[in-house]
Design a binder for this molecule. Structure first.
Ligand SMILES: Nc1ncnc2c1ncn2[C@@H]1O[C@H](COP(=O)(O)OP(=O)(O)OP(=O)(O)O)[C@@H](O)[C@H]1O
Ligand SMILES: [Mg+2]
Length: 288
């Protein structure tokens, strides 16, 4: 199991002891190769949760285990630097070097790889984000488009070859083309076997990318399941200030008009398939 949380609580030092902690008695398992989407209202504990998973914050109580190592141990937290990559919000703000290759090579060099190993890691990482070294390596990261800059920043994290990738709002602030680029990249990385944990406010992104969804409320688990299971609870989600994917809203409207598409469809593709089979059911074959 890559990530296991057992009754994890995190209370930030100096905060009101009568208020609920930032993460409150949360238990969760993230399976090997899973794509977990994390949603929740502002201040529900999403960023705190991913910092705990990356070993950058220590739990006040409870246990976080990553790849079998208990993160209460300092040595386990150090070893995580190779296993877990974390992409913070607006990661392109952390680009600093004169060239793309130098920037992406920072992580491998910091891990002590030889120059040749680091070069190979940079080559692989840029290939993974579809920005080949020969085309982009010598360019300044600051001359690229928003989506490309973010892909370079993600390559910088991938260059340390993590098997778990954690992203906090990876699509935030991008135009539709940039969002599509990042979504395609994340789907590709996940298809190649990476375990992914992604925080997002965008329900359509969550529905189209994640295998499972965790809904946080006041630091605790409000709901956990497949996108179809979670987004079927539209009324409850609305009560805690969260929306649902467009496809799920549309399916609910159809159902209210007496057209039953057979459950909650959380992606346009699933809804289109359901409508197509409905049309076949209602088609001339049935009346004949
Ligand atoms: N460094 C900190 N010190 C004290 N309290 C903090 C700190 N960081 C976050 N908090 C508090 O912890 C709670 C959870 O915050 P967190 O940033 O994890 O929420 P979030 O779900 O990521 O919110 P957002 O959607 O706004 O990014 C909030 O009440 C927040 O005010
Ligand atoms: Mg946050």
């Amino acid at each position: 199991m890559p990530i296991v949380l057992e009754h994890v609580t995190l209370r930030y030092p100096g905060t009101d002891p009568t208020a609920h902690p930032a993460v409150d008695d949360l238990s969760l398992v993230v399976d090997d190769g899973e794509y977990l989407g994390v949603i929740g209202h502002t201040g529900s504990g999403k960023s705190t949760l991913v910092l705990l998973m990356a070993g950058l914050l220590a739990a006040t109580s409870g246990r976080v285990t990553v790849n079998g190592a208990d993160l209460a141990e300092r040595s386990a937290r150090r070893a995580l630097r190779r296993q877990v990559g974390i992409v913070f919000q607006y990661p392109e703000h952390q680009l600093f070097a004169d060239t793309v290759a130098e920037d992406v090579g920072f992580g491998p060099r910091a891990l002590g790889l030889t120059a040749r190993e680091a070069e190979r890691a940079v080559d692989d990482a840029l290939e993974r984000v579809d920005m080949e070294l020969c085309t982009y390596g010598h360019r300044s990261p600051f001359e690229l488009s928003g989506g490309q800059m973010r892909r370079v920043a993600i390559a910088g994290v991938m260059a340390t070859r993590p098997d778990i990738l954690i992203l906090d709002e990876p699509m935030a602030g991008l135009d539709p083309a940039g969002r599509a680029e990042i979504a395609a990249l994340l789907r590709r990385l996940h298809d190649r076997g990476l375990t992914v944990v992604m925080v997002s406010h965008d329900m359509d992104d969550i529905a189209s990318l994640a295998d499972r969804v965790l809904v946080l409320r006041d630091g605790g688990c409000f709901a956990h399941g497949t996108p179809a299971e979670v987004f079927a609870r539209q009324t409850e989600l609305r009560e805690i200030g969260l929306g649902v994917p467009h496809a799920a809203r549309f399916a609910a409207r159809l159902s209210a008009c007496g057209i039953d598409v057979g459950g909650t469809m959380s992606t346009p593709e699933a809804l289109a398939d359901a409508l197509a089979s409905l049309r076949t059911d209602l088609g001339p074959g049935r009346e004949a």
